[in-house]
Write a protein that binds this ligand. Structure first.
Ligand code: CA
Ligand code: CA
Length: 273
């Protein structure tokens, strides 16, 4: 992928330089295109025909159509999630590292584990909310599984999302109080879109709970995640960026073969909720 992108650029640069020399102009300095680390899993842009069956729909009908579309997927085992996250969440500036969701820290891929200083597999939709555990299914759906610092993960625990609280130690600006967690600004929208994905993907089929977004905190083991109004605001404040779009593409191309519709079509959040 990288090679096929670079080659035409080199040819163009050489052609331009040659033309300049032939024209008697000073040839521009030829600079090699730097090989950027972290592009090994560059994904193709998706085809919006993926969403053809949702065309023209809104509200519940849109939600139903998207559910059917995104439920056509491959599933991963929980152990396979480790290596998948090393690709989906790779640091664009250091191919040996992953970016940790809540703290924003770049950490070695090899430090996956359960000890202090390691990163582990955070369920952004806390797995106790619907009690789905880590069997193959919602508990291994990498659309909402992200690398996080072990300690920050344990501070988030199974709290719902809401604004406010005090700073989380080494949390990159994340806040928490007794009943909620507020991620750093740069991933607020990412978190919201992961929650919206889960609510549409899991509608009570295949023996799993029907996950839904609600307006509460303290949802405990009920299959709900709050707070809806706050998540909608975060979705607006922090629209999808290149990292999040690439992640969606990589999951679609290389792992689950399904997409998070709210990264591709942010306007659908307002249509459904
Ligand atoms: Ca973001
Ligand atoms: Ca649902």
């Amino acid at each position: 992928m990288l090679a096929t992108r670079i080659r035409p650029r080199r040819r163009t640069a050489v052609a331009l330089a040659t033309a300049a020399v032939l024209a008697g102009l000073t040839a521009p300095a030829l600079t090699a295109t730097p090989a950027t680390a972290g592009t090994t899993a560059t994904a193709a842009a998706y085809d919006d025909a993926y969403y053809d069956d949702a065309a023209g729909k809104s509200g519940e009908a849109l939600k139903d159509a998207l559910h059917t579309i995104i439920s056509d997927q491959t599933t991963l085992s929980y152990s396979a999630v480790w290596n998948a996250l090393k690709v989906t969440d790779q640091d664009p500036d250091n191919s040996g590292n992953v970016i940790l969701l809540y703290s924003g820290v770049s950490r070695s891929k090899s430090l996956n584990g359960g000890d202090t200083g390691d990163w582990n597999r955070e369920h952004v939709w806390a797995k106790s909310h619907g009690d789905f555990g880590t069997s193959t299914g919602p508990g291994t759906d990498i659309h909402h599984l992200r690398p996080t610092d072990v300690k920050v993960n344990s501070i988030r625990g199974n709290k719902d999302f809401d604004n406010g609280g005090s700073a989380v130690a080494n949390g990159g600006g994340s806040l928490t109080d007794s009943d909620s967690f507020e991620p750093r600004d740069a991933v607020k929208g990412d978190v919201a879109r992961m929650i919206f994905y889960m609510a549409v993907r899991y509608e009570g089929g295949d023996g799993w709970a029907d996950l839904e977004v609600n307006g509460q905190v303290n949802n405990g083991s009920n299959p709900y995640m709050g707070k809806l109004a706050v998540l909608k605001a975060w979705h607006q404040e922090d629209p999808p960026d290149a990292f999040e779009r690439r992640r969606n593409d990589v999951i679609h191309d290389s792992y689950q073969h399904n997409r998070n519709p709210f990264i591709d079509h942010p306007e659908w959040v307002e249509s459904i909720w």
